[in-house]
Design a protein around this ligand. Structure first.
Ligand SMILES: [Fe+2]
Length: 393
């Protein structure tokens, strides 16, 4: 095996995603071990031809591994953090194969953020906009809503400098930071973004939870105005939508856009089992879906906090759906009986994500987290949806 050189040609995660999404005929060589490869893959919006050869196979028999690869196709090599893949790239290049390293590997893929503007007709949103920030590797969605020179950030990931830079790019200052709930799959950037920007932070933990973050006193039905002195305003309305967690809230932006957090996704609903109260939280979720969300206009656009796979990303690159369409497509929304809904939630029980209890404690403000620990806890895709269930007739 060659030593990795600083000059190893590489490709950034964002470029790789763009090329994969465009259907370019890349060959992805994943050199992580079997367990890592089975647990979490690099996904484009179109299938990526992938070869899996663990790094240790290259160490044992590099010529044998090289023989398994085509000689004249561009190969991009991926590992957990970009180190062992760089060494494989150098070995392949010495053998004459056109290989490049995926800079930062799966860790960088899991943290990469891509903003996409939610299409809203100009007549409806003459001077405000919603940006959906897609954390592709984890399937997490956060939002930046701008009106005039003010912005609200909802469900930010922990790379808070990204949101600061993005707000600057939009010519806005961050005036509020909101979380839809106490997340269990990723560390919230909300408290840090609030501290750094001076903007108040809101999250509702719900009964039985000790929240040590300083939060603004807001609640169900409260309306916030965004836009300030410019005279251009959009209304943000807080809607309590308990179930996934007891304190879960959704945020209605303008007349018909609803940031639903983990209450309702475009193919499923948020799992109500992560607090160990699947029956109680399941009942709350049933009432939220049947009563609170059902009372919204059919043209309400659902903008969730997660997606399970790239097939949920629409042709306009946004993960969204009108409520009317979801009534037919999300099986959980078609269950009209509370007991049947709770039974379905119980049947969908699955193991919780690895570090979920630690992540919840950190998001409540009960423990501080070092960056390295945070990276380790956040590895892998979110598992926030109730397991997809067969259609209910
Ligand atoms: Fe969640």
């Amino acid at each position: 095996m060659a030593e990795a050189s600083p000059a190893t040609p590489s490709i950034e995660v964002g470029d790789l995603l763009s090329r994969a999404d465009a259907g370019e005929p890349l060959l992805l060589l994943d050199v992580r071990n079997d367990e890592e490869f089975d647990a979490w893959r690099f996904e484009g919006r179109r299938p990526i031809e992938t070869v899996h050869i663990p790094y240790f196979d290259f160490i044992e028999d590099a010529p044998g591994c090289i023989d398994r690869l085509p000689r004249h196709r561009e190969i991009v090599v991926l590992c957990a953090q970009g180190g062992s893949s760089a060494m494989v790239v150098d070995t392949l290049r010495e053998a004459g194969l056109p290989a490049r390293n995926v800079a930062g590997g799966m860790v960088t893929y899991g943290e990469y953020l891509r903003p996409v503007r939610v299409p809203i007709p100009a007549a409806e949103a003459p001077s405000w906009e919603i940006w959906q920030v897609n954390r592709r590797g984890k399937g997490c969605l956060s939002y930046v809503v701008r009106a005039g020179r003010e912005a609200i950030v909802v469900d930010p990931s922990r790379d808070v400098s990204w949101y600061e830079a993005f707000a600057r790019r939009l010519g806005a200052r961050i005036v509020r930071v909101l979380d839809t709930h106490v997340h269990a799959d990723h560390l919230s950037g909300g408290p840090a973004l609030s501290r750094r920007s001076g903007a108040p932070y809101f999250v509702q933990a719900g009964e039985g939870f000790e929240l040590r973050q300083p939060v603004e006193a807001l609640g169900d039905g409260q309306e916030l105005r965004l836009g300030g002195e410019t005279g251009v305003t959009v209304q943000v309305r807080i809607m309590a939508t308990p179930g996934h967690t007891p304190g879960s809230c959704s945020y209605r932006i303008g007349r018909r856009h609803l940031l639903t957090g983990d209450t309702l996704f475009v193919r499923s609903v948020g799992r109500p089992d992560l607090g160990g109260h699947v029956v109680e939280w399941g009942r709350a979720l049933f009432h939220t879906l049947r009563e609170r969300l059902a009372s919204l206009p059919e043209d309400t656009v659902i903008l969730p906090a997660h997606f399970a796979g790239p097939d949920e990303i629409g042709p306009d690159a946004v993960v969204a759906a009108p409520l009317a369409a979801l009534r037919g497509e999300v099986p959980e929304l078609r269950i009209t009986d509370e007991e049947a809904f709770v039974a379905a939630m119980r049947a969908a029980l699955k193991p919780p994500p690895a570090a979920y209890a630690e992540i919840i404690r950190a998001n409540l403000g009960l423990v501080a987290v070092e960056p390295e620990q945070a990276t380790e806890w956040e590895l892998g895709k979110n598992q926030c949806a109730a397991r997809p269930m067969p259609a209910v007739s």
